[in-house]
Design a protein around this ligand. Structure first.
Ligand SMILES: C[S@@+](CC[C@H](N)C(=O)[O-])C[C@H]1O[C@@H](n2cnc3c(N)ncnc32)[C@H](O)[C@@H]1O
Length: 335
């Protein structure tokens, strides 16, 4: 009798140690190890001495980074690979270290997944990084800014805001999107509605970008505060993943009420396919948000598009941002 063939266990074996790879990369990045290897080849002893690390452990880590394609062995020493030089050296224009700090900080939070599953509560208090703890809030807002710089640069290319004059950026965080969109469309002014602790840090970022005359920060709570009137664009980026479906629908209603006829609503986030089991990153992102925000989740783009239609928006469309961005943009127009 033929037994059914055993499935291949390789994917499961791989998953059991997937966090080893992440932690090697995140730790090397946090220590600025890649800055050391952007020029002439160096030995692990030289790198360890420069960074104040143990030479034997550093040697092992650097061999791991070679195995992961982030370093190369050359002339008896170690140097960065081309991708490490492009994305992991802090002086590079495409440096990803700021964005990676967000994942780095979440490592301990994911270690408490079982507690969160038992309690139904996030493993990390959202209040701490949204104003209550000034230092954590600062780190969070700057990490958001680092991450948003990459995504917003792409979004600016995808959105057509020609002729638009006034935008409300709801939960606009560091103001990154407002800074880049108003830079691209000189007639556009943006109001960023944010929690006071986050807005305080965002003011610094907007001022440092020289955008103070076209981006204003408004302290508020997007649930309780009035949105105002007369906007021709509302941007809701990266906030639906903190909200239940009912809350998202209420926010879409508020957006509709503050828009002029012909106004445009843009909702950008990590969205899943129908059924919310794919793509894998989106499903994982939903769990990540549940670990870090009380109503954290991932929504399906088709559901969000339906909520816009139900609220009276027409010409509703969904577009993915190009890889490696996991984001999708849902837009709708008011007639
Ligand atoms: C993931 S961030 C997205 C920031 C920015 N829109 C972006 O895409 O980079 C979510 C933002 O929503 C803000 N937020 C959360 N709850 C809020 C509320 N009740 N009122 C206003 N802002 C809120 C947070 O402070 C945070 O900056």
């Amino acid at each position: 009798m033929n037994r059914p063939a055993m499935p291949d266990p390789t994917p499961i074996v791989r998953l059991t140690t997937a966090f080893w790879d992440s932690q090697a990369l995140l730790t090397a990045s946090r220590l600025k190890l890649f800055d050391q290897l952007a020029g002439d080849p160096k030995s692990p002893e030289q790198v360890a001495a420069a960074l104040g690390l143990d030479a034997r452990m550093t040697d092992l880590l650097m061999r791991v980074l070679v195995a992961l394609g982030l370093l190369e062995v050359r002339d008896g020493g170690f140097v960065n690979s081309a991708s490490a030089n492009a994305f992991l050296v802090s002086s590079s224009p495409a440096y990803m270290g700021g964005a990676m700090r967000y994942s780095d900080q979440l490592y301990g939070t994911w270690g408490r997944l079982e507690d969160a599953l038992r309690s139904g509560q996030p493993a990390l208090s959202a209040e701490a990084y949204l104003g209550d703890d000034a230092e954590r809030t600062r780190t969070f807002v700057y990490a958001m800014h680092g991450r948003a710089m990459g995504i917003a640069r792409v979004l600016v290319e995808v959105l057509d805001l020609r002729g638009r004059k006034s935008m409300l950026d709801v939960g606009g965080g560091p103001g990154t999107y407002s800074i880049l969109l108003t830079q691209r469309h000189p007639g556009l002014h943006s109001d960023v509605l944010e929690l006071p602790g986050v807005a305080a840090v965002a003011r610094e970022i907007v001022a440092a970008a020289g955008a103070g005359d076209r981006v204003s920060l408004r302290d508020g709570d997007y649930h309780g505060s009035e949105f105002g009137t007369g906007y021709d664009v509302v941007l809701m980026s990266g906030m639906f993943h903190r909200e239940t479906a009912a809350s998202c629908r209420r926010l879409i209603e508020k957006a509709r009420a503050c828009l002029v006829p012909g106004g445009l609503l843009i909702v950008s986030d990590v969205f899943a396919d129908e059924g919310r089991c794919s793509p894998p990153f989106a499903a994982l992102f939903g769990l990540n948000m549940a670990l870090t925000a009380p109503d954290g989740t991932v929504h399906a783009d088709a559901d969000v598009a339906g909520w816009l239609r139900d609220a009276g928006f027409s010409d509703v469309g969904v577009r993915p941002l190009p890889p490696p961005m996991p984001h999708r943009v849902v837009t709708g127009h008011l007639s």
